[in-house]
Design a protein around this ligand. Sequence first.
Ligand code: T3D
Length: 291
Amino acid sequence: MSGSLRPAPLVFFDALGWFSLAGGEAAPMSDLITHERSSAILTLRLNRPDKLNALNDEMTAALVAGLEAAATDSRVRVIVLAGTGRGFSAGQDLEAFVKMKQTPGPVSVADHLRRGYNVVARRIREIEKPVIASLNGIAAGVGLSLALCCDVRIAADDAQLTLGFSKIGLIPDGGGSLMLPALVGLGRALELAWTSDRIGAVEALAIGLVNRVVPTDRLAEETAAYAARFAEMSPIALGLTKRAFNRSVIPNFVQWLEEEAVVQDLAANGPDLLEGVRSFLEKRKPAFATP
Ligand code: T3D
């Protein structure tokens, strides 16, 4: 079933970048995030397959709205994040990023994070329902970070995971600099962040980056069957377990998102970001600055 569960709430951002919703007002649901509900399971699907589901501002706002709808709809007990087409997400749309940087009075990267990816990351962690990332093909950049913010990751055996940030002069953001070491330990996290090596599903499973690996042609069915187990359990117990683990393992998550944005701004204000992005789009090696 496609379409929204109910009219999408309007999303506003305050000075700190947190969103609020206009009560009762309806906005057209963006096609960039589709909603599919099957009994108690809501799948929010990144839907920009011609761009490897690279995220732009409209898509990010639609994802926030989708998560908010899922959080407040008592029919929804489990949320699945998935991608349309040959991958989960290639991360920030780098062409859109260059355009954003070229507009007069460009928004800072820290503010861009505060208004967008940090809201998504915070929402995923705050929703007291299981949020499952269903990963096929590529998950890169903040696409991977958001998957790491989810509670469980199910990977197709064709999944390829890469941070990618270091290749364009950035640090992992969208909660990635906290969730990655929390999941795989400091040493492996630094290795993955610094090298931006692509790792396959089997290696990701071995290091704890994903929870399970399933055949690619069965990803949707296996994810649905897995989610259905949670849909039959006590939503109160599952929700409070998430609250308890949030508080025990990542109690400073929201504060860290802000600190991460500040550190990312330091990286973004140096010369390497635009060189990294341009070299990627021009399909050449970057010439990074010497400090
Ligand atoms: O302000 C802020 O909020 C900053 C926050 C940033 C958050 C981030 O996510 S930063 C990281 C952004 N993402 C990346 O740097 C990943 C860049 N892409 C890649 O490294 C590779 O494309 C992939 C590993 C994702 C996939 O590799 P592959 O070999 O399967 O595909 P490809 O040939 O590289 O890409 C296919 C096409 O998609 C290609 O376009 P073309 O040549 O067919 O016209 C490529 O340019 C395009 N593409 C891939 N990733 C992006 C993209 N276009 C725009 N943005 C992308 N992120």
